[in-house]
Design a protein around this ligand. Structure first.
Ligand code: SF4
Length: 448
């Protein structure tokens, strides 16, 4: 990492408390932690599916595409880089079959998705014909005419003009480009398959197609990232004028190539920037985007128009139903979280045998649902206690009095009338702070 004259100075830097990036998941994506989800709780999914369909709970559908051109060094997902067209076709058939079986169950019968999400892996790895076939069949099972958002993740190097046009034509409203960085050396060092010129070409063409929302993902603190390069990344991202930018701080979970190399070399610290540096870089990016007219809308996002919503994220954090389809997919129906088989072999075998491909589940208590919705929505930077009073009948100022007082004393939050507000310093490390609100039994649990 460079520490040149152009160092971005900021009070967020507390040199006495430097935290190196060690192996493990840092970000809180759900609650309770995944290590509490168990195969023995899978029967709970069937119990939910036998209930009558609810009238007032939004439904989302998530379809997972586990294929990528190349495995990134920081990736901890199970991805396949060696599947041929016939194997991809068989996988799509299995996902559609799973969908058909689920849609017949009482809890889902007659419902239409309010949002659809194609995640991965790399959904844009699919060919134009595969995309058309998959989405035609999905729409025949549950029409998309009530969907407020159809989100689709892309790797820029997989996007031809023909494929982008097809993605627009099938009804995608939010195109999310996994840019991560614009510099070819950083992209190559971190194992990304695409290069800077592919980003520019794909982005410009996508823009010309009139997607309602284009999001670009960036990662602060990738291997060999420097202060000067990060500034160029931010400048370039601003010049593209996307509707939304998502900025992650680099984490190094287990199961990554980086971790394997650390292990071989007997190292505890990952070869990426420390947490203070990453927070400072994200803070720099937030400030630059604000100068360009953007609004910071969460710990990881800036948006051009604050009225434009990210339906998938907000609905999920507010406890919507999410039907997970495909290998390793995560979802939630009523009060039961579950995940499908993480390997494509067992997943396809289960679906082909007409069995559930779920492999672990967890039924949440009312208290856990309150904590979940409190901590996830705290990532937005501001929450209203009246929302929780209305929805859960709980005064969160009283229920979380102790952790709130602690965060206040540390200078991360302030309380205003009907508002708990994280300041910038708190927002940039909110995932670390959320553990203060966990139930005792969930403290120190692993997010894998
Ligand atoms: S593109 Fe995404 S899912 Fe695929 S290997 Fe890279 S990080 Fe993993």
């Amino acid at each position: 990492m460079s520490t040149t004259d152009s160092t971005i100075n900021h009070p967020l830097e507390r040199p006495e408390e430097r935290e190196q990036t060690e192996v493990g998941n840092y970000f809180v994506a759900n609650y309770p932690p995944f290590s509490f989800w168990k195969p023995e709780y899978k029967t709970k999914i069937d119990e939910v599916l036998d209930r009558p369909a609810p009238k007032d709970v939004p439904l989302g559908v998530y379809f997972h595409i586990p294929f990528c051109r190349k495995r990134c060094h920081f990736c901890y997902f199970r991805v396949y880089t060696d599947k041929n067209a016939a194997e991809i076709r068989a996988y799509i058939d299995a996902g559609v079959k799973e969908y058909e079986a689920m849609a017949k169950r009482a809890y889902l019968q007659g419902r239409k998705p309010k949002f659809v999400y194609f995640g991965g892996g790399t959904p844009s790895y699919l060919s134009v014909d595969q995309l058309q076939d998959l989405t035609d069949r999905m729409k025949a099972i549950m029409p998309w005419d009530d969907a407020e958002e159809v989100a689709f993740e892309c790797e820029p190097g997989t996007l031809t003009e023909k494929k982008l046009a097809k993605i627009r034509e099938i009804g995608v409203t939010r195109l999310s480009l996994g840019v991560e960085n614009f510099d070819d050396h950083i992209l190559e060092t971190n194992g990304r398959a695409h290069r800077g010129k592919e980003i520019e070409r794909a982005y410009r063409f996508a823009q010309s197609l009139g997607f309602p929302q284009i999001n670009i993902d960036l990662i602060a603190g990738m291997m060999e990232e420097t202060e000067d390069n990060w500034k160029r990344v931010v400048e370039k991202a601003i010049s593209l004028e996307p509707e939304c930018v998502t900025i992650y701080q680099m984490e190094v979970p287990f199961n990554t190539t980086i971790y394997k190399q650390m292990k071989e070399g007997g190292k505890l610290t990952a070869p990426v920037a420390d947490w203070q540096t990453k927070r400072r870089w994200v803070d720099y990016a937030f400030n630059e985007f604000e100068k360009a007219g953007y609004t910071v809308s969460s710990a990881t996002t800036v948006v051009k128009n604050p009225d434009v919503k990210f339906v998938y994220r907000d609905a999920l954090w507010e406890g919507a139903d999410l039907l997970p389809l495909g290998v390793a997919s995560f979802g939630m129906l009523a009060d039961v979280h579950y995940q499908n088989q993480a390997d494509v072999g067992p997943y396809m075998e289960a679906v082909e045998a007409g069995e559930s491909p779920a492999f672990r589940a967890y039924e949440t208590s009312a208290e856990e649902r309150l904590v979940r919705e409190f901590i996830l929505r705290l990532k937005l930077g501001m929450i209203r206690p009246s929302y929780y009073q209305h929805k859960f009948g709980v005064d969160v100022l009283e229920r979380f009095q102790k952790p709130l007082a602690y965060l206040q004393s540390e200078g991360f939050i302030r309380l205003e009338e009907d508002a708990i507000i994280l300041n910038r310093e708190g927002l940039l490390q909110v995932d670390r702070l959320l553990h203060e609100f966990f139930l005792t039994e969930h403290r120190d649990a692993r997010y894998t």
